[in-house]
Design a protein around this ligand. Structure first.
Ligand SMILES: *[C@@H]1O[C@H](CO)[C@@H](O)[C@H](O)[C@H]1NC(C)=O
Length: 149
């Protein structure tokens, strides 16, 4: 009987922990997202005729990514000032943004700084802003996915 109660209390503890973990995750995701005005997302989607979610794209298959999604990225990065008006990427500015967005999470900042630095090394400028933006986002997403494993 005692064992049963102990077991249930352990299970309860586990469930609470999972729930807490989930809530923290949600809040963190929301924080990163809400750091930038929602209008930027809406306007860039409207401007480029893109209605999807760039989180759902398959970054290991670039040919599957529609052009409006790539141009949406260029538009959003332009608003963030990560993409300069000439279509090149400002990596120093991108680093600074990560430090601001995740200001209470030193580990995340370090991880993102490493990702930005690695993507800066692999960076190639394309004659087209949408392609430049997409290749940078693709680089970041693939590295992020690899780090999380
Ligand atoms: C993404 O694309 C790759 C390469 O074509 C493919 O192997 C993989 O199955 C795709 N993933 C999803 C989730 O569709």
């Amino acid at each position: 009987m005692k064992g049963n109660i102990q077991c249930r209390s352990q299970l309860y503890k586990k469930m609470t922990q999972s729930l807490l973990c989930f809530v923290v995750l949600l809040v963190t995701a929301h924080l990163a997202l809400s750091y930038f005005p929602e209008e930027w997302v809406e306007n860039c989607k409207k401007e480029n005729g893109y209605a999807g979610d760039i989180g759902d794209l398959n970054y290991t298959d670039p040919s599957s990514v529609p052009r409006p999604a790539k141009c949406y990225m260029a538009c959003f990065m332009g608003k963030q000032q990560v993409m300069k008006p000439d279509g090149s990427i400002d990596f120093k500015y991108a680093r600074g943004l990560y430090a601001k967005v995740y200001k209470d999470d030193e580990k995340k900042i370090q991880m993102f700084h490493r990702i930005v630095d690695e993507c800066a090394k692999e960076y190639k400028e394309y004659p087209d802003k949408c392609e430049t933006a997409f290749h940078y986002v693709k680089c970041k997403r693939l590295k992020y996915a690899a780090y999380k494993q």
